[in-house]
Design a protein around this ligand. Structure first.
Ligand code: GDP
Length: 388
């Protein structure tokens, strides 16, 4: 009884296969080839108090010396401090895949006497990158736009405080609408495993309590396998990632590893039993890099863009009202607008865009006029051709 059914199914299966294979199943391969050819880029920002190991961690993360141009005091200690926002770009390649990695180093705060609004320059920097992108995107040549938008900000929390300090709260709240914040607990080797766990719980509670919106890992799909779900849960529970950085290679159990040597033993950077370094690196590089870029584009940049367009609309309405008043008063002189207000960067951009649009409209109109005249001219020549 079963055989014919089987045969029928087989037959149907072949038919299905013949029917189904148009060829779009190769689309992922096409996308893959194109993306590999183009290469990838990623911009990571590091922020937090100075001396918390930001530069050391970044070097350890990408196994590359991003700060080699800086003078070194000895194997580890730098004499130069980050006093302004600096950008380091390296091109790294792995199995033929190219990654242009940009690290944005921010001045370690806490050094200045007055630390109020120390986040301001960082927030401005992020906005400037959005603004540049917005300009390029609405310009005439939209090919090969250099994307300098910041995709992720590793925020370093001191291991010596009791949870978050007011400055940490202020900083993260000032930036959370602009960038994906991933908090890290710095220099975890200075704490015992129990202390690390306690601090993590406290920091997570405070993040919730103060309404800080850190980067949210996307929820797992229901059809994801158990192992993946477990990894995802572990990742969420690791926040803030307890990290250890080191630029030196030490020998542990006959193996050469990145680590820190103490009289009582060795802490290995890449040992999951010692810290969350590997989890953080996997998250940044292997599992969530694309999502961090997507959230930057779809949420943070979109917010910025919407705000820009809103103020653009407001400007146009204001301008129209002003023109109306000028017409109604029957004078060519502009109506006094009250005290002079300095033009912000965004307003300047909007004004320039407005002028560009007006210019383009004007061009189009004159082109249109010419086109209207053109058939008139050709009427004289075409009948001639027809005659032949
Ligand atoms: P930055 O100012 O935040 O960039 O900090 P640096 O990376 O320059 O590090 C400041 C000092 O902390 C250096 O002496 C580093 O060797 C040391 N350091 C960096 N990471 C760690 C760490 O994970 N644990 C410990 N104990 N020291 C660290």
């Amino acid at each position: 009884m079963q055989e014919p059914q089987q045969q029928h199914q087989d037959h149907g299966g072949h038919e299905d296969q013949d029917k189904e294979y148009v060829g779009f199943a190769t689309l992922p391969n096409q996308v893959h080839r194109k993306s590999v050819k183009k290469g990838f880029d990623f911009t990571l920002m590091v922020a937090g108090e100075s001396g918390l190991g930001k530069s050391t961690l970044v070097n350890s993360l990408f196994l590359t010396d991003l700060y080699k141009d800086r003078k070194l005091l000895n194997a580890e200690e730098r004499i130069t401090q980050t006093v302004e926002i600096t950008k380091h770009t390296v091109d790294i390649e792995e199995k033929g895949v190219k990654l242009k990695l940009t690290i944005v180093d921010t001045p370690g705060f806490g050094d200045a006497i007055d630390n109020t609004e120390c986040w301001k320059s960082v927030a401005d920097y992020i906005d400037q990158q959005f603004e540049q992108y917005f300009r390029d995107e609405s310009g005439l040549n939209r090919k090969n736009i250099q994307d300098n938008r910041v995709h992720c900000c590793l925020y370093f929390i001191s291991p010596f405080g009791h949870g978050l300090r007011p400055l940490d709260v202020e900083f993260m709240k000032a930036l959370h609408e602009k960038v994906n914040i991933v908090p890290v607990l710095a220099k975890a080797d200075t704490l015992t495993p129990t202390e690390v766990q306690k601090k993590k719980i406290k920091i997570r509670e405070e993040i919730e309590q103060y309404g800080i919106k850190i980067y949210q890992f996307p929820d797992c799909d229901s059809d994801e396998d158990e192992e993946f779900k477990q990894q995802d849960l572990e990742l969420k529970e690791s926040i803030p990632f307890a990290v250890i950085g080191s630029n030196t290679v030490v020998e542990a159990k006959g193996k050469r590893v990145r680590g820190r040597l103490y009289p009582w033993g060795i802490v290995e950077v890449e040992n999951s039993a010692h810290c969350d370094f590997v989890k953080l690196r996997n998250m940044l590089v292997r599992t969530h890099m694309q999502d961090l870029k997507d959230v930057t584009r779809e949420t943070h940049y979109e917010n910025y863009r919407a705000q820009c367009i809103q103020s653009m609309t407001r400007m146009v309405v204001k301008e129209r009202n002003r023109n109306k008043l000028t017409r109604e008063s029957g004078t060519d002189f502009p109506i006094p607008m009250g005290p002079a207000v300095s033009e912000s960067e965004t307003e300047k951009l909007i004004r320039e865009k407005d002028e560009e649009v007006q210019h383009a409209n004007h061009e189009q109109e004159s082109h249109h006029d010419q086109e209207h005249e053109a058939p008139h001219n050709s009427e004289h020549s075409e009948p001639d051709q027809e005659k032949h």
